[in-house]
Design a binder for this molecule. Structure first.
Ligand code: DGL
Length: 274
């Protein structure tokens, strides 16, 4: 039993799609979310840069908040940094797995599409997972340039977003994919729009529920669950402006929890709403 919070971070607001599932599946855990919005996007940064950023964030989550487990809720940061983080720190880390296995098991056409960042496709994890599970299927990969930035600006329902989605998804439909894997935690914000484009014959896979389940298993196995019977509290930290995060959270139907928003600058924290 451990009453410390679960830490979770992303390059920005995308990891909120994972936080939402953690909150749903682990209602009595406290959670500290860090959005590295000042350094977003990570998608085309070098692995070395991402490792350095991930270390700074991990230090903050461990030292200032005493997190017992850290969820790297960013496919790109997982690809670049999770091996290094696991070697450098004692606490458990849970990263994002590209949901290729699920897509490979579900497909009838033998064709699946994966939408992710360049950093994710370049990483060892993606290559290893597709070799393992998707050797016999046709995988169409697509880098989703521009989609992360629109979520960060709360413009994921704009005309520009719709055009980009068509540009990335239409070729997948022409190629007869019947599964589309969302390989970036920002992309589930687009899930309703993508589903409207692809119709009911294509399944759009968001790995967040499986990742949250895995977090629950690790907490249980390592005796880290919070056994107290109370609603968990949330703290949201951002290295950039916290306003876009506040706006996004109000659209996410999770208002029943105690929530603090904090802006972080150079390791200093500034409380702006409670
Ligand atoms: N949410 C991050 C991911 O899952 C976005 C990466 C980026 O900042 O480009 O990959």
């Amino acid at each position: 039993m451990n009453t410390g919070p679960v830490g979770i971070f992303d390059s920005g607001l995308g990891g909120l799609t994972v936080w939402r599932e953690l909150r749903r599946q682990l209602p009595n855990e406290d959670i500290v979310y860090f959005a590295d919005s000042r350094n977003c996007p990570y998608g085309r940064k070098s692995a070395g840069e991402i490792i350095a950023l991930a270390h700074n964030i991990t230090d903050l989550l461990l030292t200032s908040y005493g997190c017992k487990l850290i969820v790297v809720a960013c496919n790109t940061a997982t690809a670049a940094a999770i091996d290094d983080l696991r070697q450098s720190y004692q606490n458990p880390f849970v990263g994002m797995e590209p949901a290729i296995k699920q897509a490979a098991l579900n497909t009838n056409t033998g064709r699946v599409g994966v939408l992710a960042t360049k950093g994710t496709f370049d990483g060892r994890l993606y290559k290893q997972t597709s070799r393992k599970y998707a050797n016999d299927i046709d995988v169409m990969v697509q880098i989703g340039d521009g989609l992360v930035e629109l979520v960060e600006k709360n413009e994921y329902e704009s005309d520009e977003a719709r055009k980009l989605l068509h540009k990335y998804i239409d070729p997948m439909l022409e190629h007869s994919v019947d599964q589309i894997v969302l390989g970036c935690t920002h992309y589930p914000f687009y899930k309703p729009q993508i589903e409207a484009i692809v119709g009911s014959r294509v399944t759009v896979i968001d790995p967040a529920p499986a990742v949250a389940r895995h977090v629950g298993e690790v907490l249980f196995e390592q005796d880290l669950k919070n056994a107290e019977k109370r609603a968990g509290a949330d703290i949201f930290l951002s290295s950039g402006s916290i306003e876009p995060m506040q706006v996004l959270l109000t659209t996410m139907n999770n208002c029943g929890y105690s929530r603090r928003m904090v802006q972080v600058e150079g390791g200093q924290t500034y409380e702006s709403l409670s």
